[in-house]
Design a protein around this ligand. Structure first.
Ligand code: UDX
Length: 460
């Protein structure tokens, strides 16, 4: 009888199908967002590509998963981005449609498709099925608005001017804009991918961005003139912010296995505010020379450090560096980053400024040393340093490498002295604002509630 009730209850809930781009940094924010929706009475199903489903061990607790095909059930292999996306669109359009039919025919009809605009065709499929379409942008509003100004004009690629003007943003140096707009050749297909996000955006009934109003107020207001963009982040699990969701211990999906016990035990032995945490995210590859400079920079800083070096990057470490540094540092291949950033021993984050890492550091109040590598990271770092004033930028030399002296100097600037104090104060302020945004009645919470109310009234 209880089972029947549950089924009936589920039938009455609006049902959202999540369609993330199958990359960890895109799936997790969407999954975290969906936990908030689920908490407010929305039923959630995740649409995973067959390959993703096969190759990941862990999907967030209570969310049901269905599969569809991107045309690469055995993985993308060596296929370049352009042909990958073209086939994904062709096969995905068909198989997503079939999935929506199947869910309808088995008594689980979908009301709304929440899709990553890296897959802009998804809203067309949703509309063909008479459903609500909601775009979910993974990167910052500032980055989106720069791309939009290229997509719609007036900016033209490649950007060549020394200074770039974008309405709603501070004046940008050419080095601040996303790398794909300056250098189209090193990552073929990436520019089209980020610009195409706007291809069908007018057809979306809702446009969400993983940010929060207070963080990007001006640019959000500017973008809202073109489409109904609403900030719903930061999408960290509730336990790190407002603590209102009871069942969200799991972070989501990880392609790497974190060395949790080793990291936490090591951190527990450190003094409060004494450790530098270092990570360049899940994709970036450092040059051999840069890797050496990071290593000797950490040694030179004379601080305790926890450094994530993915196994594919490990051969670039100076010989015996890990062993010889064991008094001062711990090197792991992957860590539970949120628990690390939330630990009282950690007080500085040397980061590539991927958007997820940036939001996590900001939400947990950890000052940053920005070492952006590519993509949107240069823009994120501009905001971290000059707008949110939450860190310092580790500038590279003429040969494009950040020297050991610069790295050690930046760590000192963040951890010591007057500048460090100022940065710490700002970090505390952003931490509080991030929590408020998602807490009951906060700006992001209200936007999420409006969406949920809209879906519910649609059903009546
Ligand atoms: C990619 C792009 O590089 C980035 O520029 C873009 O904004 C998002 O997509 P990635 O390089 O993986 O992302 O960086 P980031 O966005 O920072 O995401 C990394 C995620 O992995 C974070 O959520 C972080 O908490 C997690 N992580 C990282 C771990 O859990 N453990 C680690 O050891 C390192």
């Amino acid at each position: 009888e209880i089972k029947m009730d549950k089924r009936e209850e589920n039938r009455q809930k609006p049902h959202c199908l999540l369609l993330p781009y199958p990359l960890q940094g895109h799936i997790n924010p969407m999954l975290q967002f969906s936990k908030r929706l689920s908490h407010k009475g929305i039923r959630i199903t995740l649409a995973a590509t067959k390959y993703l489903f096969k190759t990941t061990q862990q999907f967030s607790g209570s969310i049901s998963v269905e599969t569809f095909s991107d045309g690469f059930d055995e993985g993308q292999g060596d296929v370049e981005l352009d042909p990958y996306l073209a086939r994904f669109e062709q096969v995905g359009t068909e198989t997503l449609s079939e999935l929506l039919d199947k869910l309808r025919d088995t008594g689980r009809p979908v009301d709304c498709v929440i899709y990553d605009p890296f897959l802009p065709w998804a809203v067309v499929v949703a509309k063909k099925h008479g459903l609500v379409g909601a775009a979910f942008f993974t990167q910052s509003s500032s980055v989106n608005s720069i791309y939009y100004n290229v997509y719609k004009g007036p900016l033209k690629v490649p950007l060549l001017d020394k200074e770039i003007v974008v309405t709603g943003l501070p004046l940008l140096d050419i080095s601040d804009v996303p790398s794909f707009l300056r250098d189209q050749d090193s990552h073929p297909g990436s520019l089209e991918l980020v610009l195409n996000q706007f291809r069908n955006v007018e057809e979306a009934d809702f446009v969400f961005v993983n940010s929060f109003y207070e963080l990007e107020e001006e640019v959000i207001e500017t973008m809202a003139k073109f489409f109904r963009v609403k900030a719903i982040g930061p999408t960290l699990p509730s336990m790190y912010l407002d603590k209102r969701l009871s069942d969200d211990r799991e972070y989501g999906l990880s392609i790497y296995n974190p060395d949790t016990e080793a990291c936490m035990e090591w951190l527990n032995q450190r003094q409060p505010e004494s450790v530098v945490y270092v990570s360049f995210g899940s994709i970036a590859e450092l040059g051999d020379e840069q890797m050496e400079e990071v290593a000797w920079g950490l040694r030179l800083s004379n601080k305790h450090f926890l450094w994530v070096v993915r196994s594919s990057e490990e051969p670039k470490l100076p010989k015996d560096f890990a062993k010889e540094s064991s008094e001062m540092g711990l090197i792991v291949s992957w860590c539970p980053q949120l628990d690390v950033l939330a630990h009282e021993a950690v007080c500085c984050f040397v980061t590539h400024c991927g958007w997820n890492s940036t939001l996590e550091a900001l939400s947990l109040g950890v000052p940053m040393v920005a070492m952006p590598q590519w993509s949107d990271q240069t823009t994120n770092s501009k905001f971290v340093i000059d707008v949110w004033k939450m860190g310092v930028r580790a500038k590279s030399d003429d040969n494009g490498v950040v020297s050991r002296e610069t790295i050690a100097g930046c760590i000192k600037d963040v951890m010591e002295g007057e500048r460090g104090e100022e940065i710490k104060k700002n970090a505390g302020k952003w931490k509080e604002l991030a929590r408020e945004a998602v807490d009951e009645g906060g700006s992001s919470d209200k936007n999420i509630q409006d969406f949920v109310s809209g879906l519910c009234s649609n059903r009546l």
